[in-house]
Design a protein around this ligand. Structure first.
Ligand code: NAD
Length: 494
């Protein structure tokens, strides 16, 4: 396999292998990757099956015995080189992301930087994986805890951040001394292969990182779930699939991290800076055409400012340029596939049918494009209030008081991110404390950053990625108790 071989608008589809056992594997079975903006095939990607999955487990397992004994310093150096290589390849990676899942090119560059920031962070963090010396209860015992890698890891990732969702897992896993097998989403496997190629190029040893591309995730994953040598599942994707994989992980009692769906409330109080709130709603809701787990799906606006806010947001949203994700000035690209587009349109139709009004947008465009949309007069019984839309639709709901809005914001099975907008510090603290969410943005619509804990509560998942928390997900704590044969330093008189 040769990179950079980005998909090209005008060229024939490229052919890609999977990366198993340190080689770019050959097969006669392929699946197709489409450009959501052009609607044409851009790549034929090797389709791994259960046999390939078995090979990957063998290699991950044998390599782990060597890799776990390397020093954190060596692993840190490799991570630094991988980070540098990603930044050297920022244009190629951004183009690949943009082509395979439709993210506007400027945002795709931002994703590459964000993805690389996890590698940079863990190159430093792995040097701080010291254990503890524990106070002893007995004069003849010395107690300690050591942190050791959990073992081979299976990582399943979604299509909406094809670089960042991989590095957020792999940087701490590889840094901790685990080996990893990644199964990227079938819509966007090319970025994963590109990242593996860069890891290989900077000297990442064969078998430390493997990428299994497949359009049969169930068969491939079954091999991983049945094999006790895979010690950890890390999954980012929908809540429904996450719960099913959690159950399957029980067979071999794997450690599990789940980063799942969200339904973020965004609360705008009457004392908020409205222009700032509009700008942050735009970036929070309309980034990646609304296809992010932390994007707001419910915007609660205080009654006294609701019309003014709707007007400002409507104008700002109407200015967002929809179009070819490869154009520098595009802000809204296509949705990833017909299913995604149809869900967003169904939410708009259902809301209008139940009495909501359109402030901006509201219509389907050609292909997989949907107008960025603002709806007002949204009420609890509308679909958009309970399902993750994953599209460029901003529903506004009017509220009257703090207790009402906190109760409504918490009335969701999800608990990933929540946002609130106010100039009153006391209110900000009290409301943030009362919200049942893993992440809170106070006057901040984009809080996520590599060094902070990312993750949710309730149906939004288990565990945290980012910072020292993200590294601990890949380490077991071993308790070591040493009994001494004597307690005095000198056992004989001089
Ligand atoms: P998805 O659950 O459909 O797929 C995610 C991954 O799981 C893909 O790689 C897919 O091939 C694989 N998969 C699906 N069914 C499987 C099965 N039965 N066995 C094994 N693997 C299986 O989700 P998606 O549509 O790719 O991504 C969108 C979802 O991801 C949204 O719900 C979004 O909120 C969530 N997400 C969460 C986070 C987070 O950090 N919490 C980040 C990004 C996306």
């Amino acid at each position: 396999m040769k990179f950079p071989i980005f998909p090209n608008d005008n060229a024939a589809p490229i052919e890609c292998s999977f990366f198993v056992g340190g080689t770019w594997g050959v097969t006669d079975r392929f699946f197709q990757v489409y450009s959501p903006s052009k609607g044409k095939v851009i790549a034929n990607v090797a389709a791994a099956d259960a046999d390939v999955a078995h090979q990957a487990v063998e290699k991950a397992s044998s390599t782990f015995e060597v890799w776990r004994r390397t020093t954190p310093y060596l692993r840190s150096e490799l991570l630094k080189a991988w980070h540098a290589a990603m930044l050297e390849h920022i244009e190629g990676l951004a183009l690949t992301i943009s082509m395979e899942m439709g993210k506007p090119i400027q945002e795709a560059r931002g994703e590459v930087r964000y993805a690389a920031s996890f590698i940079e962070l863990y190159a430093r963090e792995v040097l701080r994986t010291a254990g503890d010396v524990i106070p002893s209860h007995a004069g003849d015992k010395r107690l300690a805890s050591w942190h050791q890698p959990v073992g081979p890891v299976y990582a399943i990732t979604p299509w909406n951040f094809p670089a960042a969702m991989i590095t957020r897992k792999l940087a701490p896993a590889l840094g901790a001394g685990c080996t990893a097998i990644v199964k990227p989403a079938e819509q966007s496997p090319l970025t994963a292969l590109y990242l593996a190629w860069l890891w290989e190029k900077v000297g990442g040893p064969a078998g430390t990182l493997q990428v299994i591309t497949t359009n049969d995730p169930v068969a491939v994953s079954k091999v991983m779930f049945d094999d006790a040598r895979i010690r950890k599942l890390t999954f980012t994707g929908s809540t429904e699939v996450g719960k099913a994989l959690y159950r399957q992980s029980a067979n071999t009692l794997k450690r599990v991290s789940l980063e799942l769906g969200g339904h973020a409330p965004f609360i705008i109080f009457e004392d908020a800076d409205l222009d700032a709130a509009v700008a942050e709603v735009i970036s929070c809701k309309f980034r990646n055409a609304g296809q992010t787990c932390v994007c707001t799906n419910r915007i609660y606006v205080h009654r006294s400012i609701a019309n003014q806010f709707a007007d400002k947001l409507g104008h700002a949203v109407s200015d967002l340029k929809v179009g070819d994700p490869l154009s520098e000035d595009t802000r809204i690209g296509p949705l990833v596939d017909a299913q995604g587009r149809d869900k967003a349109l169904a939410h708009i139709k259902d809301a209008i049918g139940k009495g909501a009004s359109v402030v901006a947008g509201g219509k389907a465009l050609d292909g997989l494009f949907v107008q960025p949309t603002v709806l007002i007069g949204v009420t609890e019984e509308m679909l958009i209030m309970s399902e993750e839309t994953f599209g460029p639709v901003a529903p506004l709901i009017v509220f009257d008081c703090e207790s009402e809005v906190v109760r409504k914001a918490n009335a969701s099975p999800y608990g990933l991110a929540a946002y609130l907008w106010t100039r009153d510090l006391t209110r900000a603290y009290l409301v943030a404390e009362a919200l049942d969410y893993g992440m809170i943005g106070i006057n901040d619509g984009a809080p996520s950053t590599a060094q902070a804990p990312f993750g949710g509560v309730k149906d939004s998942g288990l565990g945290r990625e980012g910072g020292p928390w993200g590294l601990q997900e890949y380490m077991d704590v071993k308790f070591v108790s040493t009994k001494l044969t004597r307690t005095e330093l000198f056992n004989e008189e001089p």
